[in-house]
Design a protein around this ligand. Structure first.
Ligand code: AR6
Length: 177
């Protein structure tokens, strides 16, 4: 499913984000960048331990990543050049709006790095417990708001794991973007 927002291509797809061809893939991380299960676990398994090591080094230098914030590491053996680790909210603990902030910060970072394409997972909808529709709304609004300012980023992918997530995201993006 493809959309065009202020000249930026936005693509929703089903699949495994570690297989996607993009300059950066976004990880659904926690503040300590300790990559356990979910997307984070898959990224480290496939990309290699270097991603976890660089993440620990990042936290040693800068301290924990705030909720809504991002940190960048290399992508090890993955096809991407970078992993942008974005910390989404834990639903019921932190406000869902922090998810929009994480998306805007990831896009800003991709611009700083001069990247053409970036792939997001459905941040916060796994272990962090946010419903797909609320998360999709945050992501769609953040992308729509950021798109007019993007110069280098021309393609934004949102990679959904499974049919239910894909259907919910399509429904919300159609209404919002
Ligand atoms: N590709 C795309 N999406 C995936 C993949 C994959 N390979 N694997 C899972 N998903 P989660 P969170 C979907 O739990 O909720 C970690 O332990 C999954 O179905 O990865 O932000 C971190 O270290 C769900 O829809 O992220 C943090 O501690 C979505 O990706 C914590 O989990 C996000 O699920 C972050 O929790």
């Amino acid at each position: 499913m493809e959309f065009k927002v202020s000249g930026v291509e936005v693509v929703l797809m089903k699949g495994d984000i570690t297989e996607v061809e993009a300059d950066a893939i976004v990880n659904a991380a926690n503040s300590y960048l300790e990559h356990g299960g979910g997307v984070a676990g898959a990224i480290v398994r496939k990309g290699g331990a270097v991603i976890q090591e660089e993440s620990r080094e990042w936290v040693r230098r800068h301290g924990p990543v705030p909720v809504g914030g991002v940190a960048v590491t290399s992508a090890g053996r993955l096809r991407a050049k970078y992993v942008i680790h974005a910390v989404g909210p834990r639903c019921g603990v932190e406000p869902i709006e922090k998810l929009g902030e994480a998306v805007r910060n990831a896009l800003r970072k991709a611009e700083e790095l001069g990247l053409l394409s970036i792939a997001f997972p459905a941040i916060s909808t796994g272990i962090f417990g946010c419903p797909y529709d609320a998360a999709a709304l945050q992501m769609a609004q953040a992308i729509k708001e950021a798109a007019p300012q993007l110069r280098s980023v021309r393609r934004i992918m949102v990679v959904l794991y499974g049919e239910e997530a894909f259907q919910k995201f399509v429904e919300v993006f159609k209404k919002t973007i």
